[in-house]
Structure formats: structure tokens, C-alpha cells
Design a binder for this molecule. Structure first.
Ligand code: TXA
Ligand code: MG
Length: 306
């Protein structure tokens, strides 16, 4: 049984649970995170165990806008420029770590992923704990990311000490991850902030990572519901396939939104809903490869790879 009383809007309570070594569901503008204090080894170990995630897949350190980011990472000119333009916001920067950052956060790597989120409740929480918070998305490993407090409760239930409710996430897809640690900037995971925008900020051209990703945890199958996800290139194609499935007695749903912002906001909800309704097949219409459409295509493609 999951316990609804675990969901709270009390930031002071959430902060004290974290400071006492607990783990909580935490809102951000992208998706909900499974939060622990970065410097508490046992709490971070519980995050990995609760998610069922291998410890070789490192975590993002979330910092307050008040925090001196140089304590945590070494920011070169590009990293500084992106941070200045895009933080607080939905972008994560991969930079060389400082000695402050423990191995249990980075999986022993010499880089650390850092993000200053813009969600006001996340900021209030970060200010209260006045320390780094690690937060992978608050779902079990490989499954669909949560965009509402209730999703965290459904996924992780009583395995978290508390869920801080900040309402539905404003973006609905995880942050863009940019590798600033190597010579050429690379996007490791597309998000709301696009390669084009980063190229404008830095005056550099962005390379989009292809092939084996340098970010562990971005394996082919990810963000997947139990239903089989089939990709379609148009709504017409999805409708035709749907008619064929109906004839075979196979239950299905179609995921499609004309507006990209709305598509991003609702794509994880729609994938979850398919499982709630017990449909066998999700026919997902790929949006244009433009703006946040690139990130939606990325997540749907991974959700379709079983
Ligand atoms: O929007 C987001 O980024 C959300 C919210 C909660 O902030 N967080 C999130 O975390 O999506 P997570 O753990 O689900 O995804 C972070 C990705 C993982 O694939 C991880 O492998 C990669 O970032 N990553 C983290 N640190 C890294 C490092 N030092 N080197 C390479 N990849 C890293
Ligand atoms: Mg995740």
C-alpha cells in the first residue's frame, strides 16, 4: 500500500528529512527527482538502491543559485557562458569535478554533472539545505520519468521518506546535458534548451552525440512503459495502424500533439496512461526534429526499443 500522507508541500519538513539522511521525491521544472544530500554516502547509496540503478551510472548534483559552483566543478569559458545564460534552468553541465565531489556521486569519474534548477520550490529546498542535492529522475531504472508528485508515489511508494509536491512539472522532459569537459562541446541528452541555442550562447557549433553514448544510463531502451511503443511518422500512419490493430482485437492508444511544448509536457503522462489503461500497443507520432521536438523524438525512440 502506498501512503498518501507521504506527499507534502512543507519545504522545511522536506529539508529536515534530507538533512537527517533521508531520501525524498523533489519537484524540478523538468521531471521529479529522487533526492539525497550529495555528501551523505549512505543516503546516496539508498538512492541507487531505490531506483535499482547501477552505481556506475553517476548522478546530477543540483545546486542553489546562491551556491558557489566553483566549489563543485571546474568551469571553462564555454561552461561559464552556458551557466550564465541558462541557469537557473533545464540544463546540466558536465565539467571536471573538484576534490569536494565524492566518488559515490560520479561513480569514480573525474567529471561531475551539475544543474541549478529553476523550480521555485526546488530552489527553496536547496537554499534551506545549503548543500548539493543529487537527484536522478524519481522512477525505477529504465522506466518512465515522473512529472507529478503522484507518479513518484506510484513508482517508489514507501521506499521514499517523503515526496515534496511542487505541482506538475512545467517542461515534462529531463534537462539537456552538455559535456563541457572535453575539447568540443557535445550534447549527451537533448532537452528543452537546444543545440542551436547553445551554439548561439557560446558561438560554437554543437556536435550531437551518436553511437555509444559517453553518458552511462543513456542506453538504448529507457523511458519505457509496459505497453509496446511503435513509432509513426504521421498521425495518418498511426490512425491506419490503429484500425488494423482494432481488427485484430489488439488494444492501442495514439500519442500525438501538434504543439511541441504541449507534447513534451504530456508525453510521459500519456505513456503512463497507456499502462493504467492496460493497452498493448502505443502508437507514438514522432514530432519534427526541431526545438524540443528533438528531445521528444529521443525519448520516444528509446521508449520504443525493447
Ligand atoms: O532534468 C533532469 O536532469 C532530472 C531532474 C531531476 O534534474 N534528472 C535526471 O537525472 O534526469 P538522471 O540521473 O535520470 O539522468 C542523468 C544522466 C544519467 O544518464 C547519467 O548517466 C548522466 O546524466 N551523468 C551524470 N553524471 C555524469 C558524469 N559524470 N559523466 C557522464 N554522464 C553523467
Ligand atoms: Mg532518468
Amino acid at each position: 500500500m502506498t501512503d498518501l500522507s507521504r506527499i507534502t508541500r512543507d519545504v522545511a519538513l522536506a529539508s529536515s528529512v534530507l538533512s537527517n539522511g533521508g531520501i525524498i521525491g523533489m519537484p524540478t521544472e523538468t521531471v521529479y527527482g529522487l533526492a539525497a544530500l550529495a555528501l551523505n554516502e549512505q543516503a546516496v547509496a539508498r538512492v541507487f538502491a531505490t531506483k535499482g540503478r547501477p552505481t556506475s551510472h553517476p548522478l546530477i548534483v543540483h545546486l542553489s543559485p546562491e551556491e558557489n559552483v566553483d566549489r563543485w566543478g571546474v568551469f571553462n569559458e564555454n561552461a561559464h557562458a552556458i551557466a550564465k545564460a541558462a541557469w537557473p534552468g533545464p540544463i546540466t553541465l558536465l565539467v571536471p569535478r573538484t576534490p569536494l565531489v565524492p566518488d559515490w556521486v560520479t561513480g569514480g569519474r573525474d567529471t561531475v554533472a551539475i544543474r541549478i534548477p529553476s523550480h521555485p520550490i526546488a530552489i527553496e529546498l536547496l537554499n534551506r539545505v545549503s548543500d548539493g542535492i543529487v537527484a536522478p529522475s524519481a522512477n525505477r531504472f529504465g522506466q518512465v520519468s515522473p512529472t507529478r508528485a503522484e507518479h513518484v508515489l506510484q513508482d517508489l511508494g514507501n521506499d521514499v521518506d517523503l515526496i515534496l509536491d511542487g505541482g506538475p512539472c512545467a517542461i515534462g522532459l529531463e534537462s539537456t546535458i552538455v559535456d563541457c569537459a572535453s575539447e568540443a562541446l557535445q550534447i549527451l541528452r537533448p532537452g528543452k534548451i537546444t543545440a542551436l541555442q547553445i551554439a548561439e550562447i557560446t558561438g560554437l557549433n554543437m556536435a550531437i552525440t551518436n553511437g555509444p553514448s559517453r553518458a552511462p544510463g543513456m542506453m538504448i531502451s529507457h523511458y519505457a512503459p509496459h505497453a509496446r511503443v511503435e513509432l509513426c511518422t504521421s498521425l495518418d500512419e498511426a490512425t491506419e495502424k490503429g484500425i488494423a490493430y482494432e481488427k485484430q482485437g489488439v488494444s492501442y492508444s495514439i500519442i500525438h500533439h501538434e504543439d511541441l511544448t504541449e507534447y513534451a509536457l504530456s508525453v510521459y503522462d500519456d505513456l503512463r496512461l497507456a499502462d493504467v489503461n492496460g493497452v498493448k500497443v502505443v502508437l507514438a507520432v514522432l514530432p519534427y526534429d526541431d526545438g524540443i521536438g528533438t528531445a521528444i523524438r529521443d525519448r520516444l525512440t528509446k521508449a520504443s526499443a525493447h
